[in-house]
Design a protein around this ligand. Structure first.
Ligand code: NAD
Length: 476
C-alpha cells in the first residue's frame, strides 16, 4: 500500500527537480520558468458506441516549448489524470534535453481501459481524440508530435497519423505528426523495440564502468545477473528478451497485473509473452511458480530490478524492503521521491527514468527526421558501402591465397564485413551511441561533484543546464 503522505507523481518530479536545482546557480525566475508546466488542455468528447453516447476524458499537456515541436507519448489507461500527464510531460522535457533530441516536453492521456473496447470501437475513440487535439495544433509535425505509451502502440499511431492527414490533405509532412507508426505507414525499423533496447544499452554502458559497478556493491558483467522485471508490455518484454538472449541475464521474476512468476533458474521470456497473449495474464503459466501478490516480488532478492509498468510502484511503504542493489527505471516514475531517498541511503544505485527509457524518444526522433526527409535511412549509402567493403575483401582474399596455411580469414568475416548498414543497423547504432553519450554525461557529473551523490540528480543537472541554455539563447 502506498502511504498517505506519499507525494503525488508530479510532486515527486518537482522534489527531484528542486534537489538538483539547489545545486545550480540559475538566474532568479528561470528555475520557476523551467519547472512549471506551460499548459494542459482537457477535452471531454462523446462517441456513439453500442447504441449510446459514451463520454471520454483526455489530456494533452505541454510542459516546455524551449524547443519545438514538443514531444511525448499518448497513454490509454484508467488512471490517467492531469497530475500524471503533467508529471510525464515534465519528464519528457528533461529526457529530450538529456539525450539531445531537439524537442520540448509534452504528454497526453485518455482515461479509458482499452481492453474494454473492440478494435473498431477503439479506432473510433482514438480518431475522435486525435481530431480534438489536431484541431488545436496539439498534434502537428512542427508543433506537437505524440508517440506510443502505456496502452497504445503502432496501431493507434497509424489511426492518429491518418486522422491528421485527412484534416490536412495538403501537408506534405503530415506523416511527421506522430511517431511510433507501423513501417508501412511511415514508421521506422526498430521503433517498437526501441525503449526496451535502450534499457539494454543503458545497462551495457553501466557495466562498462567498474567504478559505477562498485558503487552499487556489485561485480562482474551483465552475464548471469538475476533480473526481476515488472510489466511484460512493450518496454518490459523487449528489455527482458534482449537481456536474456543477448547478455546472458537470468530473468528470475516477472510481475504482471494478475500476480508474478518466479524461478531462480530463469524464466523463458518468449514463453511467458505467448502465454499472456493467449490467456490474458500470467496465471496458469506452467513453467514457473505463480505468486498471487505480484508486487511482493519487487522485494525478491535479485541483482537488477526493472520496473517497466507504471509509476509509484516503489514507494515509502516498500522501499526499505527492496533488495536489488541496482534499479533501472524502464517505466516513468516507478520510484517515488520518498522511496528514492530511502534507497539512496541504503546504497542502491538507480538508473533514472529520464535516461533509462529515453530509447523510445531517441528512435522517435529518427523517425520524425525520416518522415521530414522523405527517405529511408541508408538508401543512398548502403550499396556504395558494400562495394567499398568488397574491394577490401577481394584484396584480403589474395592474401589468403598467398599466405596459404599461415593466415586465413575468419569463417564469417567476409559475409559480415561486406554487408552495408540498412535502416535497422543505423537506428540501433544511433541509439547505442545516444545511450552511451548520455550516460557518460551523467556519470561525469556524478563523479566530479562532491554534492552529487546519485545518477538522478546528475541527470537533472545535465538536462536542466541544457534547457536553461536554450532559454538564455532565446533571450529569456
Ligand atoms: P504497455 O501497455 O505496453 O505495457 C505495460 C505492461 O505493464 C502491461 O503488460 C501491463 O499488463 C503491465 N501492468 C499494468 N499494470 C500493472 C501492475 N499493476 N503490475 C504489474 N504489471 C502491470 O506499456 P509500455 O509502453 O511498455 O510502457 C510501460 C512504461 O514505460 C510506462 O511507464 C511508460 O510511460 C514507459 N515508457 C514507454 C515508452 C514506449 O516507447 N512505449 C517510452 C518511454 C517510457
Amino acid at each position: 500500500m502506498t502511504p498517505a503522505n506519499e507525494p503525488s507523481f508530479r510532486e515527486s518530479v518537482d522534489i527531484m527537480f528542486n534537489r538538483a536545482v539547489a545545486l545550480m546557480d540559475l538566474p532568479p525566475g528561470l528555475e520557476e520558468k523551467i519547472r512549471v508546466c506551460n499548459a494542459t488542455y482537457t477535452v471531454r468528447f462523446g462517441v456513439r458506441l453500442r447504441g449510446q453516447i459514451h463520454t471520454f476524458t483526455g489530456y494533452r499537456s505541454v510542459h516546455s516549448e524551449h524547443m519545438e515541436p514538443v514531444k511525448g507519448g499518448i497513454r490509454f489507461a484508467m488512471g490517467v489524470n492531469q497530475d500524471e500527464v503533467e508529471a510525464l510531460a515534465a519528464l519528457m522535457t528533461y529526457k529530450c534535453a538529456l539525450v539531445e533530441a531537439p524537442f520540448g516536453g509534452s504528454k497526453g492521456g485518455l482515461r479509458i481501459d482499452p481492453r474494454e473496447w473492440d478494435e473498431h470501437e477503439l479506432e473510433q475513440i482514438t480518431r475522435r481524440f486525435a481530431y480534438e487535439l489536431a484541431k488545436r495544433d496539439l498534434i502537428h509535425p512542427s508543433q506537437n508530435v505524440p508517440a506510443p505509451d502505456m496502452g497504445t502502440g503502432e496501431r493507434e499511431m497509424a489511426w492518429i497519423a491518418d486522422q491528421y492527414r485527412r484534416m490536412n490533405t495538403t501537408d506534405i509532412n503530415s506523416r511527421a505528426c506522430v511517431t511510433g507508426k507501423p513501417i508501412n505507414a511511415g514508421g521506422i525499423q526498430g521503433r517498437t523495440e526501441a525503449t526496451g533496447r535502450g534499457v539494454q544499452y543503458a545497462l551495457q554502458e553501466f557495466f562498462r564502468h567498474p567504478e559505477d559497478i562498485k558503487a552499487a556493491g556489485m561485480s562482474g558483467t551483465l552475464d548471469g545477473k538475476r533480473v526481476v522485471v515488472q510489466g511484460l508490455g512493450n518496454v518490459g518484454y523487449h528489455a527482458a528478451k534482449f537481456l536474456q538472449e543477448e547478455d546472458g541475464c537470468k530473468i528470475t521474476g516477472i510481475i504482471e497485473r494478475d500476480g508474478a512468476l518466479v524461478d531462480d533458474d530463469g524464466i523463458d521470456v518468449e514463453g511467458v509473452r505467448s502465454w499472456i497473449a493467449k490467456h490474458g495474464g500470467v496465471t496458469g503459466y506452467p513453467n514457473a511458480t505463480h505468486v498471487e501478490d505480484g508486487s511482493s516480488v519487487l522485494e525478491k532478492d535479485c541483482d537488477i530490478l526493472v520496473p517497466a509498468a507504471l509509476e509509484g510502484v516503489i514507494h515509502m511503504g516498500n522501499a526499505a524492503n527492496i533488495k536489488a542493489p541496482l534499479i533501472i527505471e524502464a517505466a516513468n516514475g516507478p520510484v517515488t521521491a520518498g522511496a528514492d531517498e530511502i534507497l539512496r541511503e541504503k546504497g542502491c544505485v538507480i538508473i533514472p527514468d529520464m535516461y533509462a527509457n529515453a530509447g523510445g524518444v531517441t528512435v522517435s526522433y529518427f523517425e520524425w527526421v525520416k518522415n521530414l526527409s522523405h527517405i529511408r535511412f541508408g538508401r543512398m549509402s548502403r550499396r556504395e558501402e558494400e562495394a567499398r567493403n568488397e574491394l577490401l575483401v577481394n584484396e584480403l582474399n589474395k592474401l589468403d591465397v598467398h599466405l596459404g596455411d599461415n593466415w586465413s580469414m575468419s569463417p564469417d568475416f567476409k559475409k559480415k564485413y561486406m554487408r552495408g548498414a540498412g535502416e535497422l543497423e543505423l537506428v540501433r547504432s544511433g541509439l547505442d551511441d545516444t545511450m552511451r553519450a548520455a550516460y557518460q554525461g551523467m556519470r561525469e557529473k556524478w563523479h566530479s561533484q562532491d554534492n552529487v551523490t546519485d545518477l538522478r540528480t546528475a541527470a537533472y543537472l545535465v538536462s536542466i543546464g541544457k534547457v536553461a541554455d536554450s532559454y538564455r539563447a532565446l533571450g529569456l
